[in-house]
Design a protein around this ligand. Structure first.
Ligand SMILES: [Mg+2]
Length: 213
């Protein structure tokens, strides 16, 4: 069922308007939220490395399973306006659609199901039986810079696809440029200067990707 052409979408601020980690932090005192939001923004702008903030943000938020499920609904509520039609069209045209995200798998899964995307690569979290936070998958490539291109290269070796396209808003997405045939920057929610300048193409609506692939 997997085709020769794969298209990868970032999740946060690309398929959906929210940054899941920031929304989780919003459930904590204001000072925690401000700190997390600042770290996320700096990491997505490429000002600080992802691995320097990844564990730090989670250690202060410690999201439980129920909170992650709430963020899952928020991803769906704030879905990119043209995402459903765009992914449907791509599949009709024979593309394998995948999500590749530095966000949290338990929070992203509901959106992936809503979009009927089976291929989801995001960082898993561990919970205790009562749902409280235990930790995250520290070995996951997306918890660090350079993780997304590594993951795409690995998948290309395993699945043998010929063409890969990446669509995303962040510097961690832009890093895939050498690992894919086309990198498309997305600025519908946040237009990051580094990404706009570095991208081969740049769109403000996901539907505009259809004419470029
Ligand atoms: Mg993003």
């Amino acid at each position: 069922m997997h085709g020769r052409r794969w298209i990868f979408f970032d999740c946060d601020s690309t398929l959906s308007g929210i940054e899941g980690v920031d929304e989780l932090a919003r459930m904590r005192p204001a000072a925690v939220f401000e700190e997390v939001k600042r770290l996320t923004d700096q990491a997505m702008n490429g000002e600080i490395p992802i691995d320097s903030v990844f564990g730090r943000r989670l250690a202060v938020i410690r999201p439980n399973a129920e909170e992650c499920a709430r963020i899952g609904q928020a991803y769906i509520d704030q879905i990119e306006p043209t995402a459903v039609e765009t992914l449907d069209r791509l599949r009709q045209e024979g593309w394998t659609v995948a999500i590749i995200s530095g966000g949290f798998l338990p929070a992203i899964r509901p959106l992936a199901q809503f979009l009927r995307v089976e291929e989801v690569h995001a960082v898993d979290l561990r919970f205790a039986p009562d749902g409280s936070y235990l930790g995250f998958d520290e070995a996951h490539p997306n918890a660090r810079n350079g993780g997304k291109p590594d993951l795409i290269r690995g998948l290309r070796n395993q699945r043998g696809f010929e063409k890969a396209v990446m669509v995303g808003d962040g510097v961690s997405d832009l890093e895939t440029k050498g690992a894919v045939e086309l990198f498309i920057g997305y600025g519908g929610f946040v237009a990051r200067e580094k990404v706009r300048v570095g991208a081969e193409r740049f769109v403000y609506r996901l539907a505009d990707v259809l004419e470029m692939v």
